[in-house]
Design a binder for this molecule. Structure first.
Ligand code: GUN
Length: 289
């Protein structure tokens, strides 16, 4: 069994980005600049945004973190987005999800200028992805594609099963796995899928992104399967200093016995997501000249 190490791979990608940024600066160019908007004080979201800011420092980007209280109105948030859309010193920005219930997520997503949408969530960018055009790919699926490439996982003609159909992971993942050059036969499964174990047992590659801790068990996969675990759920654990442990959507102890390759949680997909956000921001900086 080979562990697909997202920590090492994302470190390699960030090193590559840092070299490009250093070159840009040497030539008198300005550093790429990424901003993040965080609304409310959800613990996990704060952790993710802090990690994004830290990654910016590591690769030599400028970063800005804008924090709003949970009571902030939709109009206030939209006004900030408009300001960022028009800020020429900014190459890209993200609004960390989830948002408080009184704010319409779709309205927020479509208000972001697609040319600064480094999360790749805007319908324009998702549409370009569907057409196979160059665009900002959503960071988590983009990170998974990069891991498969760097670990030289054979994809052509393979059966890829995606579990979960979220807009930010499962759905785009199913599109990318079927694209020309990757050439998987893709099955997109979800909570209404019948006989899921019968389907996953025929999979060469399984991407699990349904947010149910330890959902994929050993009896659901065949020997030699490649398993990508997108889940990261905080589960109470009094033995930990933080009071919680992180669980993926895969029962690692069982599935790792059968898998040829598998991602751990933590240290798998998570760090890759951040590295690909940096890559999208660098792309935006280059596009803007
Ligand atoms: N929440 C969970 N994943 C993501 C992500 O990739 N981007 C943003 N903005 N919010 C998220």
């Amino acid at each position: 069994m080979i562990l697909i190490d997202g920590k090492i791979t994302s470190g390699d990608i960030k090193d590559e980005i840092a070299i490009e940024v250093a070159k840009l600066k040497e030539q008198g160019g300005r550093a790429p600049h990424l901003a993040a908007i965080l609304v409310g004080d959800d613990g996990a979201s704060q952790t993710y945004v802090n990690a994004k800011v830290k990654a910016c420092e590591k690769v030599g980007f400028e970063s800005t973190l804008v924090r709003f209280s949970a009571e902030t109105s939709e109009d206030e948030l939209l006004a900030k987005i408009e300001e960022m859309n028009n800020d020429n010193g900014l190459d890209g920005f993200i609004v960390q999800l989830p948002l408080p219930n009184h704010i319409n997520e779709h309205k927020v997503t479509v208000s972001i200028n697609p040319d600064k949408d480094v999360d790749g969530f805007h319908p324009t960018n998702l549409g370009k992805m569907l057409l196979g055009q160059e665009t900002f790919l959503p960071a988590t699926p983009y990170g998974i594609m990069e891991m498969l490439k760097r670990y030289q996982i054979e994809t052509s003609g393979k059966h890829a099963v995606v579990i979960g159909r979220s807009h930010i992971v499962g759905s785009p993942m199913s599109v990318l796995m079927g694209q020309k050059g990757i050439d998987c036969t893709v099955t997109l499964t979800h909570s209404r899928t019948k006989n899921l174990p019968e389907i996953t047992k025929t999979a060469d590659i399984v991407v699990v992104a349904n947010g149910i801790p330890e959902f994929l068990t050993g009896n659901m996969v065949k020997d030699g399967v490649v398993v990508i675990d997108v889940g990261i759920t905080r589960v109470e654990d009094k033995t930990k200093k933080s009071g919680f442990k992180l669980l993926g959507d895969v029962n690692f102890a069982e599935v790792s016995k059968k898998a040829s390759h598998i991602t751990p949680v933590p240290g798998g997909v998570g760090p890759m997501t951040i590295a690909m956000l940096m890559k999208n921001t660098l792309l935006s900086r280059k596009r803007r000249g």
